[in-house]
Design a protein around this ligand. Structure first.
Ligand code: NAI
Length: 462
């Protein structure tokens, strides 16, 4: 009898299992993939970061080496080798989780789980008993009407297929200007593909701060990506080694088409709970197909919990991890908590884009008075030395209390810089608290401090 069986070994599930084991529970994790780590480690965050890094290095060699006096560098791309670098990166991490499971005496129950009744998890022909069950089964790419993905054929692919193309395409159409489309679109643009992003809305990265959306699109355009905005993709067809999409422009309903070597479908993800038997079990779902949970991640069935992409909220690995730790604490009789107001989001392009808290648009809702402190990386010595002077830090604080409400960064190391603001927000800090904190010189983090200064008496270097 297990104290806890976790279904799914992605960042939500494996972190939950480790924390539960640390708290003294006997834990099993059911995972049917050949490696632990879920989508994030196997076909998501980690392999994409390897390709983003490699393609960024290529970009540096081509664009910036000579500017620094590094002459005559001739860099060719060996795609097979880049793919094995990516595979090694993935394997190093998935093996690391296997090690952590052993260290924490967590059983990896290999196979796919169903939940025949509360307290029971069936894998193959074996039924395992568990006092508690956590569903951490993640998400999978959402289907787009009129478009059939075939990752094996490699012409109309989703994010999984796009990470393992047989060769670098000469041209690529990306459907959807969200995180996946822009990260992978950037990779292939840097590797030489002509990339066109077709987006339904009039802005990229829906939900982000409006000013950042505009600046980001401008920078990506400068990097060579093309955008077709306000366009609803209606079909995609692969024929004679080429893929063609059709789309209608929203403004006049006119019909158009685009042809490329590869079409990447990146129009969102949906919770992956098929085959668990949740219907028969009587688990209440939301009308969008997520598992409905209360404040403590409990489903409508006693002893069954759910976390991560399977439940509502941002589909982010770190949100799942936080929920995993918190639900383990709850199951162990402690007080698990996630502060949903302080969950950062990062897009790992160059420059990186990061945000936490409210956008300017959200902060102004209801007529609240706000202060905005903005600082351009052009005024930051370290960023400029690295040819990364584009972009800015935008800090939003309450107009009366000066309490930090949100931060939006587009620029070098944005995904790391955002965390000092997260910590500040967790402590209920004011912009002045950040402004009075000494930041080492020369670092790109000075730009965050300067933005905080700009909320008060003014930035020094702007
Ligand atoms: P997304 O929801 O971020 O973006 C999808 C985009 O596709 C939207 O802009 C939407 O308007 C557009 N779209 C939808 N239907 C369309 C159509 N018929 N024609 C044209 N455009 C259409 O989804 P994405 O990028 O697939 O990512 C899925 C999830 O994975 C997101 O929740 C994302 O946060 C997460 N993720 C996070 C990463 C990170 O944190 N760095 C990396 C990769 C994924």
């Amino acid at each position: 009898m297990y104290d806890l069986i976790v279904i799914g070994a992605g960042p939500g599930g494996y972190v939950c299992a480790i924390r539960a084991a640390q708290l003294g529970l006997k834990v099993g994790v059911v995972e049917g993939r050949e490696a632990l780590g879920g989508t994030c480690l196997n076909v998501g965050c980690i392999p994409s970061k390897a390709l983003l890094h490699a393609s960024h290095m290529l970009h540096e060699a081509h664009e910036n080496f000579e500017k620094m006096g590094l002459m005559n560098a001739h860099v060719d791309v060996d795609w097979t080798k880049m793919q094995s670098y990516k595979a090694d990166t993935v394997q190093g991490n998935t093996k690391g989780i296997e090690f952590l499971f052993k260290k924490n005496k967590i059983d990896w129950i290999k196979g796919w789980a169903t939940i025949p009744e509360a307290g029971k998890v069936k894998v193959g022909d074996t039924v395992h008993e568990a006092k508690n069950i956590v569903i951490a089964t993640g998400s999978s790419p959402a289907a787009l009407k009129g478009v059939t993905v075939d990752n094996d054929a490699g012409m109309i692919v989703d994010s999984t297929g796009a990470l393992a193309l047989a060769q670098i395409p000469k041209s690529m159409v990306v459907i959807g200007a969200g995180v996946i489309g822009l990260e992978l679109g950037s990779v292939y643009a840097r590797l030489g593909a002509e990339v066109t992003v077709v987006e339904y809305l009039d802005v990229i990265t829906p939900g982000m701060d409006g000013e950042v959306q505009k600046a980001f699109q401008k920078m990506l355009t400068k990097q060579g990506l093309s955008f077709v905005m306000g366009a609803a993709v209606q079909s995609a067809e692969a024929k004679d080694g080429q893929a063609t999409i059709t789309y209608a422009l929203k403004k006049d309903d006119s019909a158009h088409s685009l042809t490329a070597d590869v079409v990447l479908v990146a129009t969102g993800r949906r919770p992956h709970v098929d085959g668990l038997g949740l219907d028969a079990l009587g688990v209440t779902m939301t009308d969008r197909g997520f598992v409905k949970v209360d404040d403590h991640w409990a489903t409508s069935v006693k002893g069954v919990y759910a976390i991560g992409d399977a439940v509502p909220g941002p589909m982010l690995a770190h949100k799942a991890e936080d929920e995993g730790m918190a639900v383990a604490e709850v199951i162990a009789g402690k007080h698990g908590h996630v502060n949903y107001a302080v969950i950062p989001g990062v897009i790992y392009t160059t420059p990186e884009v990061a945000n936490v808290g409210l956008t300017e648009e959200q902060a102004k809702e209801g007529g609240r008075k706000i202060k905005i402190g903005k600082f351009p990386f052009m005024g930051n010595a370290r960023a400029k030395a690295q040819f990364l002077g584009e972009g800015f830090v935008k800090l939003i604080a309450d107009g009366e209390t000066d309490r930090i409400l949100g931060c939006h960064i587009i620029g070098p190391s944005a995904g790391d810089l955002i965390h000092e603001v997260c910590v500040a927000m967790e402590f209920g800090a004011s912009a002045e608290d950040l402004a009075l904190t000494c930041h080492a010189h020369p670092t790109v983090s000075e730009a965050v401090r300067e933005a905080a200064l700009a909320c008060g008496g003014g930035a020094i270097h702007a």
